[in-house]
Write a protein that binds this ligand. Structure first.
Ligand code: SF4
Length: 452
């Protein structure tokens, strides 16, 4: 049963010291109750209170962490059924399958594609997250060798070890070092030994049921045996069954607080499409939309993976927060000391439209992006986040003055009213009013001259 902020406050030390980065214990308690702060952030809270609050405020879908450093991946932590209710916390992990049954050339090709297929969009790096290594045939030495290759050659991959042989799994886990793989998996036949191994090597356990009922029985047994971190596979190998199982599992965990299904799910489109890569991608897209913590694909190709990345980006952004780009100086088209300097807000849509028009103009330029908390130009100005004083502060600290000879700042046409104020705040700069609409920037820039 979730605790209220007041109930949590009663268990806090009430020092109001702010060491949790929140000024008061009451505000901290409210954030913990809302799932926006971790109880561990308070250094003074007792272990007993930590346990009580941690348990009560834990998300219904357990948060599972794999990998480390650049290869870190987090699944689960979800608290709702629909994105608009709050937000989805952790994007579905996209995994690529390699197996001991494949040729070296095939495996090398997949690892290469995993490593190079990386795209940036609205400041977010999009790439596959995991490599699933399958023990195909039970040859322990071959399995360990393949896992070693993946660990060495794919430094950004979290690793899923797929074997039902406990000895092979143990050897493979040993070569993963601190990469914390998912041990996938435990079945009705081997769950005791796999559970012990997961505890021994301190790795999350992948649990495979033949169906939902079978899965529930295994996870209940594992929980009783002290295994806490699991990722579950309902055994479904058709789109319809996997979709239905994912919905049942999420609904049971979130609405009914049914703990045996309170774990992220892993689904395997690679086993559902009979080699049809387009069908595999379509299945993956449906299962990403409906609750898969991880989808495992047989391979990745640009034309297939890019739409999945975009879907991932769309579903897992927070609907309550606008997309932003980082406050910075953005060089566009290789600008130099004679290039124009423009400024706009950090609402990502604005950034991409403005930068696109500048790029299209073929006039190399400096674009200053000021943090306006994702608000658009006029809204930010009206909210006091894009006023002359703040713009001046940013321009002065950005270092743009050292990059250009002519100190002329082109501001959005919608900010024409702050020109005078900005000239007072930035006495060494000339303030020029740019066009209101980004679409008029190319013509404006073509007329702009550094000598003028
Ligand atoms: S660190 Fe702890 S004691 Fe200090 S304000 Fe935060 S919750 Fe209160």
């Amino acid at each position: 049963m979730a605790l209220t902020g007041i109930q949590i406050l009663k268990m806090l030390p009430k020092k109001n010291c702010g060491e949790c980065d929140i000024p008061t214990c009451l505000a901290f308690a409210m954030k913990v109750a809302a799932g926006q702060a971790e109880i561990e952030t308070c250094p003074y809270v007792s272990e007993e209170a930590k346990e009580t609050i941690g348990e009560a405020s834990a998300p219904p879908i357990r948060t599972i962490k794999l990998g480390s450093g650049e290869a870190a991946f987090t699944a689960g932590g979800e608290t709702c059924l629909f994105r608009h209710e709050k937000r989805f916390e952790n994007p579905t992990g996209i995994a690529i399958l390699v197996s001991t049954g494949e040729s070296d050339a095939d495996v090398d090709g997949k690892i290469h594609r995993f490593n190079v297929m990386e795209f940036e969009r609205v400041g977010v790096i999009m790439r596959a997250n995991l490599i699933a290594v399958k023990d195909d045939g039970g040859d322990g030495a071959a399995f360990t060798a393949l896992v070693t290759k993946v660990i060495d050659q794919a430094p950004k991959a979290a690793v899923i070890l797929m074997s039902e042989n406990v000895d092979n799994m143990k050897d493979a886990a040993a070569v993963c070092g601190d990469r914390t793989p998912l041990l996938f998996g435990a079945t009705a036949d081997n769950w005791q030994a796999m559970g012990e191994l997961a505890k021994e090597v301190n790795c999350p356990l992948g649990v495979k049921g033949k169906n939902l009922d079978d899965l529930v029985e295994i996870t209940e047994n594992l929980v009783k045996a002290g295994v806490k971190d699991m990722i579950i596979d309902t055994g479904a190998r058709t789109l319809r069954a996997a979709f239905e199982d994912n919905v049942v599992a999420r609904r049971s965990a979130v609405k009914e607080k049914f703990k045996p299904l309170g774990f992220p799910t892993i689904t395997l489109p690679c086993e559902m499409a009979a080699g049809d890569v387009m069908m595999e991608a379509m299945i993956a897209s449906v299962l990403m939309a409906k609750y898969s913590g991880i989808v495992v694909l047989s391979d990745i190709q640009g034309d297939i993976i890019f739409p999945l990345f975009l879907e991932q980006l769309n579903i897992f952004t927070d609907p309550q927060r606008p997309m932003v780009v980082q406050e910075d100086i953005y060089p566009i088209g290789g600008p130099d000391e004679n290039s124009p300097v423009m400024i706009t807000c950090n609402f990502s849509l604005t950034y991409f439209i403005v930068s696109g028009e500048i790029e299209g103009s073929k006039v190399p330029s400096w674009l200053l992006i000021k943090d306006t908390e994702g608000l658009s130009v006029l809204t930010a100005w009206a909210a006091g986040k894009f006023g002359a004083d703040l713009i001046a502060q940013f321009v002065n600290k950005s270092g743009i003055a050292d990059k250009v000879k002519k100190h002329e700042l082109i501001i959005p046409g919608y900010l024409a009213t702050i020109k005078g104020e900005l000239e007072e705040e930035l006495p060494d700069w000339t303030i020029t009013i740019g066009p209101r609409e980004a679409g008029h920037l190319p013509a404006f820039l073509k007329e702009w001259s550094p000598e003028a």
